[in-house]
Design a binder for this molecule. Structure first.
Ligand SMILES: Nc1nc2c(ncn2[C@@H]2O[C@H](COP(=O)(O)O[C@H]3[C@@H](O)[C@H](n4cnc5c(=O)[nH]c(N)nc54)O[C@@H]3COP(=O)(O)O)[C@@H](O)[C@H]2O)c(=O)[nH]1
Length: 765
């Protein structure tokens, strides 16, 4: 038995090697001085080593009184000589509450004989502030096995904890960016993360406006609100404090003493009331080095930042740059998705978003809404005779005139080509001026347009429908206004017609296209191509996506983007989708019957199909009739499926999962991809959108988002497939990032089933 009594180091003890070594050394010393604890340490050769240790080491007696402590312990209490600490208690050195906490723990250890290993404790420093220590306390026994004191070993882990918090904070911020959370929330979290890494520092983010002249508030959770308001909107310049100057120069501007630095001359009086003495500001830039804003740190001490602080600033500006750039891209995409390129007018998507709201408000306020469907007469002739550039000029000019003819509360939309829609919200129950305004608008359209090809005049046919009489929904109103417009055209053009409910079928042109598609479904004009999905690690084909095509009798092969939207609009997507589902199951069975290794077949499902209450039954019938095990079928849905009616979507998903079918979320990361959807809905797989993959690995923002998406998927135990992989560089990046599967032209375009059979046979499947 050694001098430490009954407690032995067991092989399973969870001490670090260093802790074991220190305590073993102390045990040896204690053994040598079993009866004279305090003298023993002093007399041993190991003494020097113990005092050199960077870790805290001490021995206390049964009353928690220091018997021995090494030099680090003494220094932490401001003592020159380690021997001075002998006889002292924590009550002599810490505030009562802290000392009491240590005392209670130590007494418990000594009375129970049970050590406490790796306790994380916050220790107050004599000069203020706290540090974090990892402490182990072990009871010390005499030869008779009685506890006579304890040995304490501690390590300062403050820096490690900070680093861990920084990594966690960074990961959290990237997740927030990937989840498209509001920019102010992301910037605030960023500032708070940096502030937690420093002492006595407050941070702020200012955003540069689109003209690049003024800085506006972005986030400053711990700066006084009054100060933030005062600097909100400040014009940048060569001598505008730290931030205005940093944005102007495009470089870090460190002002160590605001009260002395000429850059703050004009703002000194203003800032003095808040007590700030130093401010270090760094521009936040795009990957092309364009300034997006500034990240500033304020201190009430006049001082320069440390190297470590500047490293944190670099990290913060990098993350802020990603978040701001992503937001700007999103805003731009949103604008582009909702506006027409040529005329700048809102487009069909915008109309769809706004119209339901407009009608809701009109219903609540008992107002009328007039919808005018406008088609330019003989516009095709202008393109043919004067050229497309002249046609574009005419469209732009007419769009501007129409926008000038309506009130701010009204809306002019370009539906496409030479078709426009004007939505007029009546200002009172009896807005008699509406017809007059529409006639004025028609007159404005017909005024000649000056173009490079000379003066061009164009007339218009206008069909009118009004809420609530001619339709209760946006679709009904548009259809009726459209029909009225065709009647206007039939009546000799350059006229204006009200919807009267009677429309001749002969002018109902869109129906013929619809009829063609209906025919295509029943008369076998549709066919499927299959695109391989490849295991990134092995290169083997792991699955196939079925993609529909239309072999049109006169137009040839029509891609899905040309007819799926029409199928969606008309409801034909339900029979079309059913055909695709059955055909994919039939083909999968056929491959299996040929002896090929079974593969998952992914089928796209549209929101309308998903909303069909019989959809799960259709799926069950398809897999049963083709004797296909359900787990070989994967249904791909986009987020719009969930957004339309989340409760109904969830119930449908659960029914499908009950059948054993796999579910994947398609196009993830393309727009407003939501983390909530991933958590709430029972997906098996996430398909990372082509638009994101396209930007890899060159675009830093895309890289950050892709990494966040992959890490999210891993956390949620979803497999990840990257869509649209075209290059080796993309594949290499995805492999390193831990993405499991990929699909795209890098491996194969969508191909006919026969070719898939050949591919699989060639790979020995
Ligand atoms: N509801 C249904 N929708 C369907 C069905 N079949 C197709 N679709 C949807 O139509 C959209 C266009 O499809 P398609 O023209 O077939 O394009 C697919 C691929 O060819 C294309 N792709 C794949 N790899 C690459 C690539 O490397 N580069 C590149 N430029 N394009 C590539 O991507 C399309 C697959 O996209 P996704 O479905 O998102 O995986 C498309 O939205 C289809 O969903 C149907 O039966 N029902």
């Amino acid at each position: 038995m050694n001098g430490m009594g009954a407690r032995r180091w067991e092989s399973g003890d969870s001490f670090s090697a260093e802790t074991r070594r220190i305590v073993a050394a102390t045990e040896a010393m204690m053994a040598a001085t079993a009866h004279h604890l305090s003298e023993g340490i002093e007399n041993l050769r190991l003494k020097a080593i113990v005092h050199e240790l960077p870790d805290f080491l001490y021995v206390k007696d049964r009353d928690s009184r220091f018997v021995f402590a090494n030099a680090v312990v003494a220094r932490s209490h401001g003592l020159e000589n380690a021997a001075e600490i002998a006889g002292k208690r924590d009550f002599d050195m810490f505030d009562f509450e802290t000392a009491r906490r240590y005392f209670d723990i130590e007494q418990d250890i000594m009375s129970s004989g049970e050590p406490r290993i790796d306790m994380e404790e916050l220790v107050p420093l004599p000069g203020g502030g706290t540090v974090c220590r990892l402490t182990s306390k072990i009871p010390l026994r005499n030869d008779n096995g009685e506890v006579v004191g304890l040995i304490g070993v501690s390590r300062d882990i403050t820096e490690r904890k900070r680093q861990e918090e920084l990594y966690r904070g960074q990961a959290n911020l990237l997740e927030m960016i990937a989840r498209n959370e509001p920019l102010p929330m992301i910037l605030e979290a960023l500032v708070l993360m940096i502030e937690r890494q420093m002492t006595g520092i407050s941070g702020s983010v200012l955003l540069l406006d689109s003209e690049g002249t003024r800085l506006y508030h972005g986030a400053a959770p711990n700066l006084p609100g009054a100060y933030s308001r005062m600097i909100d909107g400040v014009a940048i310049g060569p001598k505008v404090g730290s931030c205005g100057t940093a944005a102007w120069r495009g470089e870090t501007t460190i002002v160590a003493d605001i009260m002395a630095d000429p850059l703050w001359e004009d703002f000194r009086a203003m800032v003095s009331q808040f007590g700030f003495r130093s401010c270090w500001s760094t521009p936040i830039c795009t990957s092309q080095k364009n300034v997006l804003g500034t990240f500033a740190l304020y201190s009430k001490e006049p001082r320069r930042p440390t190297e470590h602080e500047m490293t944190l600033v670099a990290l913060a500006t990098h993350i802020a740059g990603i978040a701001i750039e992503r937001k700007r891209v999103d805003d731009r995409i949103h604008f582009m998705a909702h506006h027409d390129d040529l005329t700048g007018l809102p487009n069909r998507a915008f109309l769809k978003e706004r119209m339901a709201k407009i009608l809701d408000q009109a219903r609540r306020n008992n107002r009328k809404v007039t919808v005018a469907y406008i088609d330019l007469d003989n516009f095709k002739e202008i393109n043919d005779t004067s050229g497309h550039a002249a046609g574009d000029e005419v469209l732009k000019e007419i769009a501007a005139r129409m926008a000038n003819c309506v009130r701010a509360s009204d809306m002019v939309v370009r539906l496409g080509g030479d078709e426009f829609l004007v939505v007029l919200v009546h200002q009172s129950g009896h807005d008699a001026g509406i017809m007059r305004r529409l006639r004025e608008l028609q007159k404005a359209i017909s005024k000649p347009v000056r173009s490079e090809a000379g003066e061009i005049a164009v007339t218009s046919s206008i069909g009118i429908a009004a809420f609530p009489w001619d339709g209760a929904t946006p679709e009904e109103l548009l259809t009726n206004a459209d029909r009225a417009m065709y009647r206007a055209k039939q009546l000799g053009r350059n006229t204006l017609q009200y919807h009267d409910g009677v429309v001749s079928n002969s002018v109902d042109l869109p129906l013929s296209e619809q009829e063609e598609l209906r025919q295509a479904i029943v008369s076998n004009q549709l066919f499927l191509l299959y695109q391989p999905q490849v295991d990134v690690a092995t290169g083997r084909i792991a699955g196939l996506e079925a993609l529909v095509r239309w072999n049109h009798p006169t137009k040839g092969i029509v891609p899905p983007v040309k007819f799926i939207p029409l199928a969606e609009e008309t409801g034909l997507i339900v029979p079309l989708g059913l055909w695709v589902l059955n055909e994919a199951c039939r083909q999968a069975r056929a491959w299996q019957d040929m002896g090929l290794t079974p593969l998952t077949i992914a089928v796209n499902v549209s929101p309308k199909q998903f909303a069909d209450p019989d959809f799960a039954c259709h799926v069950a019938e398809a897999i049963d009739s083709h004797r296909l095990s359900a787990h070989w079928l994967e249904l791909e849905v986009t987020e719009s499926v969930i957004m339309q009616d989340a409760a109904r979507a969830l119930s449908m998903m659960l029914s499908l999962r009950a059948l054993g079918v796999r579910l994947s979320i398609d196009d993830f990361g393309s727009g407003y991809s939501s983390l909530a959807a991933l958590k709430t809905f029972p997906f098996d797989r996430l398909k990372m959108d082509r638009s994101l993959v396209e930007a890899l690995p060159a675009d830093k923002t895309a890289v950050a988002i892709a990494l966040a998406v992959i890490s999210l998927a891993q956390t949620l135990k979803l497999s990840v497939l990257a869509e649209g992989v075209e290059t080796d560089a993309q594949l290499e990046f995805l492999r390193h990032a831990g993405c499991e599967e990929a699909q795209g032209y890098r491996f194969s375009k969508p191909v006919a089933p026969e070719e898939i059979g050949v591919m699989l046979l060639a790979r020995g499947a």
